[in-house]
Design a binder for this molecule. Structure first.
Ligand code: UDP
Length: 243
């Protein structure tokens, strides 16, 4: 049975990384289409004022904590989340698990050229991985129809959507029923990392729960968005005092 806890109204699955991988692989064997969301504190804050996003998060089949701030905040919930389950790590685990199978992937999102570079690099790491197509994440309506037609034609098992939040969640929600895919995952900027254009924080930072700090110093343009982090902490504490 699915067990979730709510953090500022956003439901998170109480799962370890291993359990999240197992759940995602399970979706591939089930009937119907599934989607996974990977909110960090910024997205949780966004959902406070974006009801559509909040509703979508409530309808996702698996919601995993992409940011350590969410794991920290869960200490105030009825049950703590066991660990951070980053979208990037989850997709790498799926590549590893599915590389020698018939399951296929489609890379949709990021700037022109990035998803192709990401596919090429991932193919080097996982030689038998079946990446059947991809497209950048900048499109008008006409181009979008073409992208949807291409995804329909390629019929990937797993569609990775990296359009940034909340655009990717809304896109998945709106379009998943049109597509014959088994699983969609909103992965934010992961194609940039897979392509080697953006570096992930070194392991030491990640172990200490400081990936957010590394991102702030390595991509200072994000500082405005990251102002939401202290707001997230304050809001979690405020609600805690009220309950
Ligand atoms: N992006 C996109 N289309 C858009 C806006 C953004 O494909 O219209 C891509 C962007 O190029 C980047 C990703 O979405 O690869 C967002 O990355 P970010 O690190 O901001 O992700 P988040 O923090 O939202 O998960």
């Amino acid at each position: 049975m699915r067990k979730t806890i709510e953090i500022l109204g956003v439901p998170f699955d109480v799962v370890t990384m291993d359990e999240a991988v197992e759940r995602a692989l399970g979706f591939l064997g089930e009937e119907g289409r599934h989607f996974i969301c990977t909110p960090n504190p910024e997205i949780v804050m966004e959902a406070q004022k974006d009801k559509e996003l909040m509703d979508i998060l409530h309808q996702a089949d698996l919601v995993i904590p992409d940011g350590i701030g969410v794991v920290w905040a869960s200490r105030y919930a009825e049950e703590a989340l066991p660990e951070r389950v980053a979208g990037y790590d989850l997709t790498q685990r799926l590549f590893a698990a599915l590389q020698d199978t018939q399951e296929t992937f489609y890379f949709f999102g990021a700037a022109p050229g990035v998803s192709a570079k990401a596919a090429k690099r991932m193919q080097e790491v996982y030689p038998n991985l079946r990446i059947v197509g991809g497209h950048n994440g900048y499109f008008d309506e006409k181009e979008e129809r073409r992208i949807i037609a291409d995804i329909k034609k390629k019929q990937p098992s797993v569609l990775l959507v990296g359009l940034g939040a909340p655009k990717q969640e809304k896109w998945i929600y709106e379009n998943i029923r049109l597509l014959n895919v088994k699983l969609c995952i909103g992965i934010g900027g992961c194609f940039d990392v897979m392509a080697g254009n953006v570096k992930r924080a070194p392991k030491a930072f990640r172990k200490l729960g400081l990936e957010w700090f590394y991102r702030l110093i390595s991509q200072p343009s994000r500082w405005k968005r990251m102002l939401r982090l202290p707001l997230f902490v304050l809001e979690v504490r405020k609600r805690r005092r009220k309950s």
